[in-house]
Design a protein around this ligand. Sequence first.
Ligand SMILES: [Zn+2]
Length: 396
Amino acid sequence: MMRKILLCALFLSFCFGAVGENRVWQKGYTFLKFLEDYHIPLKLYYNLPAEDKELTAEIYAGVEYQTLKDKNGKLLQALIPVGEDIQIQIYEENSTYKLTFTPIKYFQKSQTLALEVLNSPYQDIFKQSKDLSLANEFLNTYKNSINFKREVMKGDKLALLYVRKYRFGEFFGTPTIGASMIETSKKPNFLISYNDGRYYNLAGKEITGFLLRMPLSNVYITSKFSQARKHPVLKQVVRPHFGIDLRAKIGTPIKSAGSGRVVSAGNKGGYGKAIEIAHEGGLKTLYAHLSSIDKKIKVGSYVKQGQNIGKSGNTGISSGPHLHFGLYKNNRPINPLGSIKTTRSELKGKEKEKFLQFAKEQKQLLEDELNKLTAQNTSEQTQSTLTQNPPLEESK
Ligand SMILES: [Zn+2]
């Protein structure tokens, strides 16, 4: 009897000793609220260096995070992603909570896809890859050059080379399309990604995607954009800077970088008074450390490119008056300078030569995929012909 109870107790402690949970960060939830909910002293946040405070404001609604609690509900560890590359790790050590940033481990794979359009490029890509963000990404890249509904016919082919991230065996983040081709009435249209993710045709001419303008009239960059990376020597995570800092005296008018809809306006943790605007193509811009927000700017309101949205300031965690300008693609921070309107639309000289060679290789890879597709279709047809005409012996 005693043994049974002991076994049972052991079993229970095994089950309830520590509870791991997968949770979703809700809209409007803040890092400070999170600390409160888990009874973690708020000084953990207040004692962080300024850049780290900014990063905690980068946790976005809808992201999945993990918590590990003991049987009394006390938090032992939490892992909260900021962007696709790093996560905040909170853990308890000697009865005090600590916070560090650690890289998110994922597995990356170069992949190809080729198909013949039966319904629509979007539906067919999804059907074949089961990857919704890939289908969206493909649409985005051709957004301003091809009208899929009008120009793509049934039987047109498409092919793409892309890099996919996986985490715990599942799709993670947004795929990066390196090169793609889609036929419009059997005529091929190639797009090659080059130079900071801009897309060019085979002749080296930039295919205009969605372009933004700078949110200020006088642009002077004081801090550049950087992704999280591992320090090659120290092996530590180097803090990323998810945007660019622009010099701006308090009260400088801030303009919307593009047309779109306001998704948030108000306090955003370390970013102070901030505005977020969603644009087409899964893009979102962030304007932070503002001194004031224009009265017309409310969640859901529509803004035009260049419209005044507020005034720059020094609110939140800021080392001095400036505008922090962030750009996100499907919630992933990207370099705003890569999407800013420039006069250069065609590659020239040495750069063009380099591109043309690169484009040739990419084109060949895409064509190889399409040839495989044709070979496959032919063999399928042969097979079905065979089944329709049974071997002679049987028909006797
Ligand atoms: Zn900044």
